[in-house]
Structure formats: C-alpha cells, structure tokens
Design a protein around this ligand. Structure first.
Ligand SMILES: C[S@@+](CC[C@H](N)C(=O)[O-])C[C@H]1O[C@@H](n2cnc3c(N)ncnc32)[C@H](O)[C@@H]1O
Length: 285
C-alpha cells in the first residue's frame, strides 16, 4: 500500500536507518529478549512496523540458536508499510544469511495481509503507537495471533518522564509561531504514554494479562547538527514544520541548535539524551 504517510516514511528511511535504528534497534532487541523465553518451540513471529528490522534480527538469531541445537525451524516475518524501510530491513537482515528463517514484506499494520491465527507472537517497537488508527493496529495484531499468542510492544513515555521527548520538543515549541502552536492537535499517542492508559487500551483490544514495565536507554549523537538532521526529516516533526514558513523553520532550527549546543558544550561535541519507554506484553484472549 502507498499513501502520503508511507511516502513520508520512505523519504525518512535512509536517515532513520543511519541515525535512529542503532538506538531504537537496541531497545527493540531488548523487547524481543524480554519475551524470548516464553515463545513456543519453532515460533511463528511477526514484526509490525519493523523499520530497519532490528527486532527481527534478534528474532531470527533466536530461531537459528534453536535450530542449531536440533530444534525445528521457527519463522520470522518483518513488515512495514514503507517499501523503502522494508528494502533496508531486507538488506540489513540479508547479512545473516538466514533466508530460510526470516523474510521481509510490505504490509500496512492497520490491515495485515495474513490469515487469522497465523502467528505465535507479534512484536511492534514504536510502531503501532504511531498509527493514525491505533485500534486497527491492535485489532489486526490480535486477529493474526493464535489464541494465547503473545503481543509485545514498545511505546515512548511522555515528556515528564522521558527527557528525550522533552529536550527535542521544548526548543521547537519555544520557537513555534503562536498561530501554529494553537492549531496543533494533541498527539493521540499521549493517551497511551502512561502505564494505565497503555494497559487499558491493550486490554480493550482483545488481550489479557497485560504487563507494563519501564525500559530506559541513552541516545548518544555525535553533534547537535546530527540530532537536528535526525529530527528534521522525521514525518511527525515534518507534520509540524509543514505548517510553517521557511523563515519560521529557520527560527526553529536556530532554537533547536542553540539549545543542543548549550547542552553539549559546543557545536562539535556529542549529546546524550536519556530516554524512557514502556514495554507492554499481553496474551491474546
Ligand atoms: C519510529 S519507526 C520504528 C521502526 C522500528 N520498529 C524501530 O524500533 O526502529 C516507525 C515505523 O512505523 C512504520 N509505520 C508507520 N505507520 C505504519 C503502518 N500503518 N503500517 C506499517 N508500518 C507503519 C514506519 O514506516 C516506520 O518504519
């Protein structure tokens, strides 16, 4: 499928693979390892909104380890609605040489092209939480899981608990013209930024035994300019910048860079951001 949103992620794919995936990939792989011990033998695993496929890399290595000690062959399908992301994931995963275990396909997570009950586990790290119709994402995950199958997902916490979100957004909001600030809708994912909100939403989508835990990580970027490059092309930030004139975007860039330079201690110094997310794990009813 192709729409404006998937095209925006297509345009961001290379930058995301270079600057975002090494960091979110570490978190995504940790999400996988959190539940790996609960998977059945030869698991059928689906990753939704895989980006560069880092979670699927951990899943494929899990299946390889099982096969190596004489187990049966598990399978992993890495999916994303951005064809560019899927292409990069395929390239990233091909170096493992595990074509018999892992494959990459384009699928919209709001309308997956798989039969009901096809998977033992569905993972989505920072994927479904961003969907315009999030409930369609959870519903589809439940549909393609067998009864008793596992859902595991990672969702950012809000700015109060998550310095990464706070430090990125504060200099943007400070420089944003009042006209634009007043017109911005409240981001809908804030409904699931809290433990309670996330538990409630997943439980109401056909899951039981929802467990939510906190996972913290540190993002280190080489310079303030690199961080702005990473942020600037992000489709979510692009949605905000699209409402601004070129002069207004320059003022926002200046605000972000001066805030980051002050934090780093100079334009050529590395920056550290403390980040915090929730892992939710649940069983399909
Ligand atoms: C923040 S990235 C996360 C990527 C990866 N899971 C990670 O942790 O690095 C969000 C991903 O969601 C994908 N995405 C957004 N909406 C989607 C949808 N409706 N269906 C499938 N993928 C979607 C984007 O293309 C992008 O790859």
């Amino acid at each position: 499928m192709t729409n404006e949103l998937s095209k925006a992620w297509d345009r961001y794919a290379r930058t995301y693979a270079r600057l975002g995936a090494p960091f979110t990939g570490y978190i995504a792989q940790s999400l996988f390892h959190t539940v790996a011990g609960r998977l059945p033998p030869a698991p059928r695993i689906l990753e939704v909104a895989c980006g560069n496929g880092e979670l699927s890399r951990a899943a494929a290595l899990h299946c390889l380890a099982e096969k190596t000690v004489g187990g049966q062959l598990g399978r992993v399908v890495a999916t994303d609605f951005s064809a560019e992301m899927v292409g990069l994931a395929a390239r990233n995963l091909s170096i493992l040489g595990l074509d018999d275990i892992v494959r990459c396909e384009v699928h919209d997570g709001e309308a997956l092209g798989f039969d009901a009950g096809s998977f033992d586990a569905v993972f989505s790290a920072f994927g479904i939480f961003l969907f315009p119709d999030r409930n369609a994402g959870w519903r589809e995950a439940a549909r393609v899981l067998r009864p008793g199958g596992l859902l595991a997902t990672a969702v950012w916490r809000g700015s109060d608990e998550n310095a990464l979100a706070r430090l990125q957004m504060a200099p943007i909001m400070a420089a944003l013209p009042e006209r634009v600030r007043a017109s911005l809708p409240r981001p809908s994912w804030l409904d699931i930024a809290s433990k309670d909100g996330l538990e409630r939403e997943i439980a109401s989508a056909g899951f039981a035994d929802v467990e939510v835990s906190v996972f913290d990580a540190v993002l280190t970027v080489p310079t303030p300019g690199t961080m702005w490059e990473f942020m600037y092309e992000n489709p979510v930030i692009q949605g905000v910048l699209a409402r601004c004139t070129e002069a207004e975007i320059s003022a926002i860039e200046e605000s972000v860079l001066s805030s980051f330079k002050a934090k780093a201690g100079g334009p050529d110094r590395p920056l550290r951001f403390e980040a915090s997310c929730h892992f939710a794990v649940a069983r399909r009813i």
